[in-house]
Design a protein. Structure first.
Length: 174
């Protein structure tokens, strides 16, 4: 009974609290509607790589042989709109190349795996084993390797793939 009397006496305070709660709910509704409106225009790419291995069978002995051919860099569009890729490949960050400053440097400029990627589509760029060994062996021991993509709107996507000396060691073994 005393709570009801207090609410009747302090009518302005209760009205203020209800107005504040209404304002908070309205702000949340506006934020949710803006995010929902942006969903059809969401742009997101996912980078991955794979080791390409060729298998063959020796007809004389019947022995199965395998050999590493190279590395493929894949980009898949996990967003909701088409994305136009201007570069897809491998980049290097090496302090020895730019007087102590780390900067992304593309390994190969002539890239064929570019173009428009529709949602859920995948594009691939292949790098030959011998070419990678030749280029990466010239880099410093702390050179970092990145999977790298850039779209025509200037946004860059990269994912660390390891160190140059480790990649050269792995590719040279087979």
């Amino acid at each position: 009974m005393s709570i009801i009397e207090w609410c009747n006496i302090n009518n302005g305070f209760i009205t203020g609290i209800l107005s504040l709660l209404t304002l908070i709910v309205s702000i949340i509704a506006i934020i949710v509607s803006i995010r929902t409106a942006k969903l059809p225009y969401k742009k997101k790419l996912k980078l991955s790589s794979s080791l390409d291995i060729a298998f063959s069978k020796n007809p004389a002995t019947g022995e199965s042989l395998s050999q590493i051919m190279g590395i493929s860099v894949n980009v898949s569009n996990v967003g909701s709109r088409n994305v136009n890729i201007s570069y897809l490949g491998i980049s290097v960050k090496d302090k020895s190349l730019y007087n102590g400053k780390e900067k992304l440097t593309k390994i190969k400029d002539e890239v064929t795996g570019t173009g428009i990627i529709a949602p859920t589509e995948v594009k691939t760029e292949f790098f030959k084993k011998n070419d990678l060994i030749y280029v990466l062996s010239k880099l410093g021991k702390k050179a970092k390797i990145y999977l790298y993509a850039r779209d025509t709107e200037g946004k860059e996507y990269y994912q660390k793939a390891g160190y140059a000396y480790k990649m050269v060691d792995q590719l040279s073994r087979n």
